[in-house]
Write a protein that binds this ligand. Structure first.
Ligand SMILES: [Zn+2]
Ligand SMILES: [Zn+2]
Length: 257
């Protein structure tokens, strides 16, 4: 069985054919799907979807792009209230994104710290989005006492040094479909870290793996990501899938059946 730790299945891109997408992922043996929020309304949508399906779980979060707009106290109060829903298994996605200069960095830092504190107070893991901001990311995590937290670097995009730094802080690395792209640094990371530090995701509807690159991504393709990891590490797909399922279940404290 396969695991998609980060899939925006509740986004409007799936409104016209969500049932078919779900039918395909079931057929491809994806048995756990985690749907993250990026602001109050999408977090609410994630929870609504998770409430309809046993195998879907929700995250409540504030994406750095959203955090860069005006965020007020009401937003944090609303997110904190939503985070108490029974199907919420983590706070995410949260983090830093310096790729686009128009997103205010100070506002991102404030929101990120606020959400880390929420996760800590609820004893929930964090799902972190980090793009071109590794130095500040690691700095803020150490200031906010990372040893009291656990979580994942979603859609991991760093090199092997950054991978080691994240793992030493107690974070797992979630590998997306970009592992199949020609110039990706991810195969080196996948090869060198421990199998127990790796997770799989699609980040659908974005970042479809080869051979579907450029099209809408969907959760069934997490199988391609898992197969890539197995090939790179020279292990069987079953061994990779089993380890990833175990790590995901433990980290998010999912029910074991
Ligand atoms: Zn992200
Ligand atoms: Zn995402």
């Amino acid at each position: 069985m396969f695991v998609d730790t980060h899939c925006h299945l509740s986004f409007p891109e799936f409104d016209h054919d969500r049932q078919e997408v779900i039918a395909r992922l079931i057929e491809e043996q994806i048995r756990i799907l985690i749907d993250p929020g990026v602001d109050v309304s999408t977090s609410r949508k994630s929870i609504e979807l998770a409430n309809k399906f046993d195998f879907i779980y929700a995250n409540v979060g504030l994406h750095p792009h959203e955090a860069a707009h005006t965020v007020n106290k009401n937003v944090y109060d609303d997110l904190a209230a939503l985070a108490h829903s029974p199907k919420v298994v983590a706070i995410g996605e949260i983090g830093l994104d310096y790729h686009y200069p128009e997103y205010n960095r100070t506002a991102q830092h404030e929101a990120f710290r606020e959400m880390l504190r929420l996760a800590k107070s609820l004893d929930l893991p964090v799902v972190i989005h980090c793009r071109d901001a590794w130095e500040d990311m690691l700095h803020i995590l150490s200031e906010e006492n990372h040893s009291a937290m656990r979580g994942i670097m979603h859609c991991f995009s760093g090199d092997t040094d950054i991978a080691d730094a994240c793992i030493q802080m107690g974070f797992k690395l979630s590998i997306p479909g970009t592992v199949t792209y020609k110039r990706s640094l991810l195969p080196d990371v996948v090869r060198t870290v421990s199998l127990d530090d790796l997770l799989t995701e699609t980040d659908a509807p974005y970042l479809a793996p080869v051979p579907c690159r450029g099209k809408r991504n969907e959760p069934a393709y997490v199988r391609i990501v898992t197969e890539s990891i197995a090939r790179i590490r020279e292990i069987s797909v079953e061994e990779a899938a089993e380890a990833i399922t175990r790590t995901t279940t433990e980290l998010f404290r999912l029910p074991t059946s």
